[in-house]
Design a protein around this ligand. Structure first.
Ligand code: AMP
Ligand code: FES
Ligand code: ZN
Ligand code: ZN
Length: 282
């Protein structure tokens, strides 16, 4: 099949249109650009690199769009997995001319190997440390590599568990709150599927870790994601529609939880002491 926009061989079919490598990259960057423009993103962005394909694609695309970036990696101390991921993130940063900032979770007295629910502790620690890093380094935004497949999976998982209180993070932009030391969050890959992020990384020959976190291998969300992709294969476009619906729903639900300032660390919290400080105390 030929590309719709030139004479070259097509490498991907997106919603019925065929794209060659060059035009696919243009399409990809256009989707990232649409988020940047829609929300008027302008200022320094702390980019959360996990070493995986999505955050690598996110970082590379923001770099191509010439935004002001500060990449960082949180070393979670998970056996060899964390070391491999750090190395890949470092290689990517070096190849693009950046210095990678490293945050070590052990310095906060947290050891995931001692935790009964490592994924939950890890999630809290990552969210907290991402915001803290961005805030302390005068960044206006934190960018993560969450893509369309992640957003839809996360929202459906909350639906399946009747967990509407947790129904947040379904939007590409979450504004910051200076008084709570909360930096704005952006998801530049919001309109792009897993498969498209993989193709972007492949075409640009980006360094990334293929390893999965040993704690996440049996996560129920893996099956939900497979199921969504199967449905998308039968009816292209449903993921996009689901994301739009979840985005709208989140706006309608709003957040009823009252925000406080953590008495220990001074960052935002839904109770007197934030979840991160509670974990550290334990
Ligand atoms: P996950 O929570 O593993 O699904 O990752 C979602 C996004 O969070 C990634 O695309 C990264 O942007 C960010 N992230 C995950 N793990 C790390 C890490 N160890 N250090 C920095 N950012 C991370
Ligand atoms: Fe957090 Fe696996 S990456 S527990
Ligand atoms: Zn083309
Ligand atoms: Zn705290």
């Amino acid at each position: 099949m030929k590309c719709e926009y030139c004479e070259k061989e097509a490498v991907e079919n997106i919603y019925g249109r065929y794209y060659c490598e060059n035009h696919f990259v243009k399409y990809f960057l256009g989707k990232v650009r649409s988020i940047i423009d829609k929300f008027g993103i302008n200022g320094r962005i702390a980019v959360a690199l996990s070493g995986g394909k999505d955050s690598s694609a996110c970082f590379h695309s923001l770099h191509k769009l010439k935004l002001d970036l500060l990449p960082f990696y949180i070393n979670l101390g998970i056996e060899s997995y964390s070391e491999i991921c750090q190395k890949k993130a470092e290689e990517l940063c070096n190849s693009l001319g950046y210095r990678l900032h490293i945050i070590d979770i052990n310095e906060y007295g947290i050891n995931l190997a001692d935790e009964k629910k490592p994924c939950s502790v890890c999630g809290t620690a990552k969210r907290y440390l991402m915001n803290k890093f961005a805030y302390e380094n005068n960044c206006k935004y934190v960018a993560t590599g969450h893509n369309l497949s992640d957003v839809v999976t996360f929202a459906l998982n909350n639906f399946m568990n009747a967990n509407l209180m947790n129904f947040r993070g379904n939007r590409p932009y979450l504004e910051g709150k200076e008084e709570y030391k909360m930096v704005a969050k952006i998801k530049p890959l919001y309109w792009l599927k897993d498969k498209e992020c993989m193709l972007y990384v492949y075409i640009n020959r980006l360094r990334y870790a293929e390893e999965e976190c040993p704690h996440a291998i049996s996560a129920p969300t893996i099956q939900i994601k497979e199921w969504i992709h199967e449905m998308e294969g039968k009816k292209p476009g449903i993921m996009l529609n689901m994301a739009k619906s979840f985005w709208r729903l989140e706006e309608m639900i709003g957040s009823k939880a009252k925000l406080n300032i953590c008495r220990k660390c001074g960052y935002a919290s839904y109770s007197k002491i934030c979840k991160f400080c509670k974990i550290r105390k334990r």
